[in-house]
Design a protein around this ligand. Structure first.
Ligand code: ATP
Length: 319
């Protein structure tokens, strides 16, 4: 019998090694039921390895995973039947017609007769491929092919959908369609895990997001929480002066504690990274005004997740 549990996925102390290479380290992650969770990370971050461990395709070096409250080692069959997994670049049998491809997999899931026919039709409609049902799979575009594989992944009504880079190769229409499909699936109660390095898209599509970098989950939470924590680590302050700065403006700023990376863009425009809190920043601005630097505008640059990850990558390369 299914046990009601708050979390669709619980990962504790997950570690995945390939020989001496550590692909995922000390991952702890709980994903509530019914959310769309995005795992964001650059190439090689460990997204696919994490998904393979969740789907029991790979045995982790260490750690525990449970799906809907069931340990995936002790209740392997249960975990596998509750999951729909769409790997990156999933193959499609090209010599079948679209409906035949789905019909084949529906039969593998034990569906028969009218129930099978109905479910194939439902899934085709959900991914907006009903009008292509008699087309040959090989005639589909890459985006359509991805949507067909998604339909196949949903045939057995999994309670957890795991989609590895589903948007790769999709055109704008297919991406919009993907977003709608995932929202519909989640509204019906399923939980969705989706990976991508296309960050703005993922942050639009997901309720929660995790940032994976070199096997480490750097941040996890709602999109807003993660954005806030990431940006609050390093707020970039931009100041505009009412009149040209004096010659000692830059050196004055550089002597101030918690001010880093000062850039004087022009005599009226300066930016820097500030490590203090809001009260300290307001004191600094007051001090600047009192020492004859008339600040007329203060803005804080919010970083997109993409910029944050690019910076993380740059940090890594510059080590
Ligand atoms: N079978 C394997 N043997 C050895 N190393 C591997 C194997 N599979 C993955 N790796 C390495 O583990 C790390 C994580 O790979 P993984 O495929 O999980 O990352 P990813 O985030 O999915 O990357 P991508 O977006 O490129 O698919 C990478 O450094 C990769 O080279």
């Amino acid at each position: 019998m299914e046990t009601a549990t708050q979390y669709a996925v619980c990962i504790s102390d997950l570690r995945i090694d390939y020989g001496s290479h550590v692909a995922v380290k000390d991952m702890n992650l709980d994903i509530p039921q019914g959310v769309i969770y995005g795992l964001v990370g650059p190439n090689g971050a460990g997204k696919t390895s994490t998904f393979k461990a969740l789907t029991s395709l790979l045995e982790p070096t260490n750690g525990h995973i449970s799906i809907n409250g069931h340990d995936i080692v002790k209740k392997r069959r249960h975990a596998q039947t509750s999951i729909g997994y769409m790997p990156d670049l999933a193959p499609v049998a090209s010599d079948l017609r679209v409906w035949e491809f789905l019909d084949l997999f529906a039969a593998c899931h034990g569906l028969e007769g009218k129930a099978k026919k109905n479910r194939v039709n439902e899934c085709l409609s959900l991914v907006e491929l009903a009008d292509k049902r008699n087309d040959n799979c090989k005639s589909l575009s890459r985006g359509m092919m991805q949507r067909l594989v998604l339909a196949k992944t949903m045939l057995h009504r999994p309670s957890l959908l795991i989609l590895d880079e589903p948007a790769s190769g999709m055109d704008v229409r297919s991406r919009v369609s993907l977003r709608r499909i995932l929202r519909q699936v989640s509204d019906e109660g399923a939980t969705v895990m989706v990976s991508s390095h296309i960050l703005p898209e993922l942050s639009e599509m997901c309720d929660m997001i995790g940032i994976l970098h070199h096997g480490q989950l750097l941040e996890t939470g709602t999109v807003d929480e993660v954005m806030h924590r990431m940006t609050s680590l390093l707020p970039h302050i931009h100041l505009t002066l009412a009149r040209p700065a004096s010659s000692h403006w830059e050196s004055w700023l550089k002597t101030k504690p918690k001010v880093k990376d000062v850039h004087v863009h022009s005599s009226l425009s300066t930016s820097f990274v500030y490590e203090g809190d809001n009260t300290e920043l307001s004191n600094l601005l007051m001090e600047a005004m009192q020492s004859d630097h008339p600040i007329c505008r203060v803005t804080e640059k919010r970083h997109s997740l993409e910029q944050i990850l690019m910076e993380l990558e740059e940090e890594e390369y510059s080590r």
